[in-house]
Design a protein around this ligand. Structure first.
Ligand SMILES: NC(=O)c1ccc[n+]([C@@H]2O[C@H](COP(=O)([O-])OP(=O)(O)OC[C@H]3O[C@@H](n4cnc5c(N)ncnc54)[C@H](O)[C@@H]3O)[C@@H](O)[C@H]2O)c1
Ligand SMILES: O=C(O)CC[C@H](O)C(=O)O
Length: 333
């Protein structure tokens, strides 16, 4: 076990997602089986008693990797010296609530937290925003965090990628581990574009493009896309609560790959600052296919984009431009 300890902030630490996520971190699933962690757990004052119960459970889990735990409702204390900030805390969308309503409610939170990252966290803090609307909340935190490198701000679209891979695996009758390089473009919303066109399946006969293995273009261009786009809403409709265990798994996958690297030839989807690739608007937090090595991600370049894909990328880009305009208005009020 390494002697070095990393400081990991989880906000919304008394919430549903955190109740799975914290234990993934404690087990070493996120940063590796040798990496010791100090947990910084932030929630609102009302939830601090509940956090005390979470601490009891962490202790009762007897995790050797946990070096220390801070629980707090104080933003400065929570953000001080953190190397990784996983910003989950937000108001989750309930059934029937519009995402635009969420934008306003959450803009204020991410402005304060962006400032706190700049003022109190490690200068190279890596940030993952999960709280919705995740892309635009990440953008608000990024523009509010003077001095923190803009490439250090990401948002979660790995849950969408995992959903897409599973739908393909179910349809093809293969194990999900054999499905590779399905991409999520754009916003973590119902305009996202789940793109199978660069993906492949490892069949007994060899590496096979998804379109060739599934041979059902109508499904791939129709129900596949809409099922993934609407999966979050379907979970809310069924559970009356937003997805939690699957979100925690995706957060763990995202941070693991960012910090420890992706396998050779593997693309993963992350919301990252757009450099204008694939006709997207520079400066948005947009989900792209990326590869990770040495703690850095690179947007995969040169993928073939036909008119079908171009249109869907434009739709989700337009939605993000509009969210950005609204968010910047809230910030200036
Ligand atoms: N990007 C994704 O893929 C994805 C997936 C699932 C859920 N989400 C989003 O993640 C967020 C959390 O979901 P959840 O199910 O854990 O919700 P939850 O309501 O169970 O927990 C949220 C927690 O955040 C806390 N909180 C609220 N404001 C806070 C603040 N300013 N600082 C610190 N903590 C604060 C709440 O007190 C609560 O304990 C929601 O916005 C949800 O929509 C995103
Ligand atoms: O609010 C939603 O529609 C989605 C909630 C969450 O982001 C998810 O993807 O499960």
């Amino acid at each position: 076990m390494s002697n070095e300890v990393i400081n990991v902030l989880i906000t919304g630490a008394a919430g549903q997602i955190a109740y799975s996520l914290i234990f993934n971190v404690c087990k070493g699933d996120m940063f590796g089986a040798d990496q010791r962690v100090k947990l910084h757990l932030l929630d609102i004052p009302l939830m601090v008693d509940s956090l005390k119960g979470v601490v009891m459970e962490i202790q009762d889990g007897a995790y050797p990797l946990v070096a220390d735990i801070v629980i707090t409702a104080d933003v400065k204390e929570a953000f001080t010296d953190v190397h990784y900030a996983i910003l989950v805390g937000a108001m989750p969308r309930r059934e029937g609530m519009e995402r635009a309503e969420l934008l306003k409610a959450n803009a204020a939170i991410f402005k304060v937290q962006g400032k706190a990252l700049a003022e109190h966290s490690n200068k190279n803090v890596k940030v993952l925003v999960v709280g919705n609307p995740a892309n635009t909340n990440a953008l608000i935190a990024m523009v509010s965090a003077n001095g923190v490198p803009k490439e250090n701000f990401t948002c979660l679209t790995r849950l969408d990628q995992n959903r897409a891979k599973s739908q393909i695996a179910l349809k093809a009758g293969v194990n999900v581990k054999d499905v590779h390089n399905v991409i999520i473009w754009g916003n973590h919303s119902s305009t996202q574009y789940p793109d199978y066109r660069c993906g492949y399946i490892n069949l007994a006969s060899g590496k096979t493009p998804i379109g060739t293995a599934i041979k059902d273009e109508k499904w791939l261009q129709g129900d596949f896309i809409s099922t993934v786009q609407k999966r979050g809403a379907a979970v809310i409709a069924a559970r009356k609560l937003s997805s939690a265990a699957s979100a925690a798994k995706a957060i763990t996958d995202h941070m693991h790959d960012w910090v420890l690297g992706t396998a050779e030839g593997e693309y993963v989807s992350m919301g990252v600052i757009s450099d204008g690739s694939y006709g997207t608007s520079e400066g948005l937090i947009f989900s792209f296919p990326v590869k990770c090595a040495n703690g850095k991600y690179t947007i995969v370049q040169g993928l073939p984009i036909d008119d079908f894909s171009k249109n869907l990328i434009k739709t989700t880009n337009d939605e993000l431009v509009s969210e950005k305009t609204t968010a910047l208005q809230f910030l200036s009020e």
